[in-house]
Design a protein around this ligand. Structure first.
Ligand code: HEC
Ligand code: HEC
Ligand code: HEC
Length: 170
C-alpha cells in the first residue's frame, strides 16, 4: 500500500516545547535526551533553519515561503508509486461572527499533506458541513488546531486565517 509522508502524525507527536516555537537548543527542547552523547552529531535548529525565510512567531520559519522559493524541497513520497495530489481550491468559511471570514487554501496544504490527513476525519468533503467546527474547538486543538499551534503557524495569528474582510454595513 502506498504511504504518503504526512505532517499529521508529527502534529500529534510533538510536545509543547516545540510548539512554543523559539528554536531551542536540542538539549533543552524536551524532545531529545540531553544526556545522550549522540546529540553532538545533530545540527542545532538555530543553524539548520537560519537560512530559511524568517517568521516572528511559532517555529520562526515561513514554511510556505520556504517551499515556494525552493529553499526547501521536502521529499514527497517514500514509495515511488505514491500519488501526490495538489489541489488548487480555496474554501471561504463565512461563520466567523464579526471577525473577517476565513480563507482555507487547499493548494498550500496539499503541497505537504495528503487528502486523508484531513478528510474525512477532520473535515467533510463538502464546504460548510463539518459539524462542531468553531473557534473554541480549534483553540482546544481540534480541526485547524490539530496542526496550527503545533507544527504550523500559531492560533494567535488570527489574520492569516481570517483574511477576508466583511463588507462594512452601511
Ligand atoms: C488556523 C486558522 C485560524 C486562526 C489562526 C484563527 N481562526 Fe478563528 N476561525 C477559524 C475557522 C475555520 C472558524 C470557523 C469558520 C466557519 O465555520 O465558517 C473560525 C471562527 C472564528 C469565530 C466565529 C465564532 C466561533 O466561535 O467560531 C471567531 C469570532 C474567530 N474565529 C476569532 C478568531 C480570533 C480572535 C483569532 C486569533 C486569536 C482566530 N480566530 C484565529 C480559523 C482560525
Ligand atoms: C489541511 C486539511 C485539508 C487537506 C489536506 C485537504 N482538505 Fe479538502 N477541505 C478542507 C476543509 C477545511 C474543507 C472545508 C470543510 C467545511 O467547510 O466543512 C475542505 C473541503 C473540501 C471539498 C469540498 C469543496 C466544496 O466546495 O464543497 C473538497 C471536494 C475537498 N476538500 C477535496 C480535497 C482533496 C481532493 C484533497 C487532497 C488533494 C483535500 N481536500 C485535502 C481541508 C483539507
Ligand atoms: C493537518 C495539518 C493542518 C490542518 C488540519 C490545517 N492546516 Fe493550515 N497549514 C498547515 C501547514 C503545515 C501549513 C504550512 C506551514 C505554515 O504556514 O506554518 C499551513 C498553512 C496555512 C495557511 C498559510 C498559507 C500561506 O499561503 O501561507 C493558512 C491560511 C492555513 N494554513 C489555514 C488553515 C485553516 C483555516 C485550517 C482549518 C480549516 C487549517 N489551516 C488546517 C497544516 C494544517
Amino acid at each position: 500500500m502506498a504511504v504518503a509522508v504526512t505532517l499529521a502524525c508529527v502534529c500529534a507527536a510533538l510536545p509543547p516545547a516545540w510548539a512554543a516555537g523559539p528554536q531551542l537548543p536540542l538539549a533543552a527542547d524536551g524532545v531529545h535526551d540531553p544526556a545522550n552523547p549522540g546529540l553532538k552529531l545533530l545540527q542545532e535548529p538555530r543553524d539548520a533553519l537560519s537560512n530559511l525565510p524568517k517568521d516572528e512567531v511559532g517555529n520562526r520559519v515561513r514554511w510556505v515561503k520556504a517551499l515556494e522559493q525552493g529553499a526547501i524541497t521536502p521529499r514527497t513520497n517514500i514509495l515511488p508509486d505514491t500519488q501526490i495530489r495538489v489541489l488548487n481550491l480555496d474554501i471561504l468559511m463565512p461563520r466567523t461572527a464579526e471577525a473577517p471570514m476565513v480563507l482555507f487554501p487547499h493548494k498550500q496544504h496539499t503541497e505537504w499533506l495528503d487528502c486523508s490527513n484531513c478528510h474525512e476525519k477532520l473535515f467533510k468533503y463538502k464546504a460548510g458541513t463539518t459539524k462542531g467546527l468553531n473557534m473554541f474547538a480549534i483553540l482546544q486543538g481540534e480541526f485547524c488546531g490539530r496542526c496550527h499551534g503545533a507544527v504550523a503557524f500559531p492560533l494567535t495569528e488570527c489574520k492569516r486565517c481570517h483574511s477576508v474582510p466583511r463588507t462594512p454595513k452601511k
